[in-house]
Design a protein around this ligand. Sequence first.
Ligand SMILES: Cc1cc2nc3c(=O)[nH]c(=O)nc-3n(C[C@H](O)[C@H](O)[C@H](O)COP(=O)(O)O)c2cc1C
Ligand code: SF4
Length: 651
Amino acid sequence: MSAQFAHLFSPIQLRTVEIRNRIVFSAHLTALSENQLPGERLAAYYRARAQGGVGLIVVEAAYVYPTEPFTTGPFSSLHKPGWLEGSMRIVDGVHTHGAKILQQLSDGGRQRSGWNDLLPNWAPSAIPWHAGGELPRPMNRKDIRLMVEAFAQAAKLARQAGYDGVEVHGAHGYLINQFMSRASNQREDEYGGSIENRARFPLEVIAAVRKAIGEDLVLGFRLEAEEYVPNGITMDEARRFAIMLDQTHQVDYFNVTCGSYASGQSRVVMPMYYPSAVYAPFACEIKQLVHVPVSAVGRITDPATAESIIADGSADMVVMTRAMLADPDMPNKAREGNLEDIRYCMGANEGCIGRIHKGFYRIGCVFNPDTGEELSAQERTPAASPRKVLVVGGGPAGCETARIAALRGHTVTLWERGRELGGQTVIARNAPGRSELHEVSRFHEHWLKKLGVAVRLGFEATAEDICSFGANQIVLAVGSVPAMLPLAKECPELAINARNALSWQVDLGKNIVVYLEDRYLQGLTAAHHWASRGARVAVFTPYLSAGTDVDTLTREVLMQRLADANVRVIGRHRLREIRANQVVFTDLNLKTDVTISEVSALIYDCGSHPDRSLEDQLTELGVDFFLAGDCATPRHLIGAIRDGARIGGRL
Ligand SMILES: Cc1cc2nc3c(=O)[nH]c(=O)nc-3n(C[C@H](O)[C@H](O)[C@H](O)COP(=O)(O)O)c2cc1C
Ligand code: SF4
């Protein structure tokens, strides 16, 4: 073991359960359930993390009340026959690899949506989580009693399934948090008003859950430190709640976190724009007040930061959830001192929470093609007969193809026309707050070198070069070209596509208009880039709003950053004309023209097209090849990396 991380890899005792190290894979919805039951896919997902060396896993929230609608989506329902057997499989798999495992218990309260099952929401008070949202029915005393019993029943089931304990979800704006917060609890009975009254419901839940699981199992509590909403929980109240809950002697650890739906979920699953270990100071404060271990959270992505949090006494455990979504083997790699081998989470969010938010698609990772696909990854075998493979293009798709092909035993050569690997991530990371995208090329450079892939940079290959190389397998991963804005021809000296606006060292002047027909990140980050350099920037789009394809949490922060930089984002305007220093839009609502004068540059983003030049030539020559990434069709980073893994696994 590397002595570097002595604190991180020291065991910790939670009641009767010893955890082998301080690293926690905290609860998170995965949408990996099958027929609303935990199946082999979910078991493989957790098993991979246990095998990778994590100490403690908290399984995604089980919603304790039978009508909770999360139980009707691709999430496990503990009310469905088969839940127990499926859960036992998860627990066994995790225990086999030496980790411990808890089941999180929760109820959505006003944060559930009744649109699916058309059942009424309920909550402590009739206050929706956002103005104009679904109005919850205030729970009466009988409802509260039934809910406490539901928590106890669920805890009993968790014990039967063999879990080492449960974590009660008292944060992120869910039902228990709603009772604790003045923002959502304006009751006038014994469950509302004073902080003691607002603590009554969580205290009743804790007592009932403890009774259900017995004295030996672990009972953790996810505690809200800052709600970031008017009248919401602040650290002052969180301290008092922590003391009250601790005095019961039934809670075995506190997992201190922040944010809710009302604050914007970017406060819960912080995107790249947030600094590392952002909520650790809150855990540190709670730790001074309670007698049990405390866990810190918030973009803790590297073992050195995690080690320092434990070593300096800020917390006893560290949540590194997305860190292990990106690399399940992160703990083992850190323990063995192989830090460069780690695929570090960048906070891109698009593959994990972004996919859940898009439509409850199965969890993944932009960077790790095997996340959520652990069963298919297991099927990837060494190549039956090693071959000579040529990959043309060193963006994420090409690099991932080369990495997987080399891992499987092929002899791989990669040609890249640019001066470095990374493709469009090299450009994207120039925008403010996006520098962590550097990790993509850092990881690939390291692994291609380690696996002996022959990388040639600055080489623009022709079809003849490819044919004469004599490869057994050819993979084209040459990327895409920006789609042209047809009107740009009218005034080429004014118009520049977003890709070039992010990468070229040019002066675009002080009065920039950005026009977005694409709904993804590039144009918005280009606007941010130029605004941060002091230009006055306005963004126009023909859609209702810009960036609707961006992960909602990244978008939440980016739109705020744009507003902070005085960038106006204006929807329902279509570009009609470009003249020297002037652009004319049609306001699609009012059907009138809007002319912007003294424009120094027009940055546009109309998406991209596959780069087909080599594909067409090789097809003409009758040469076989695979297409990976944007040159097949542009699909963002996650699509490029998945292509690389899929094709690299087939060669
Ligand atoms: C896809 C996803 C779903 C989540 N669902 C839950 C949940 O059900 N319960 C919970 O307490 N936290 C949930 N979280 C929050 C995580 O437990 C964790 O607090 C958050 O990801 C920040 O930690 P990290 O920066 O180490 O990822 C979720 C996070 C993600 C990425
Ligand atoms: S998608 Fe992004 S935030 Fe999510 S785990 Fe992967 S790298 Fe981290």
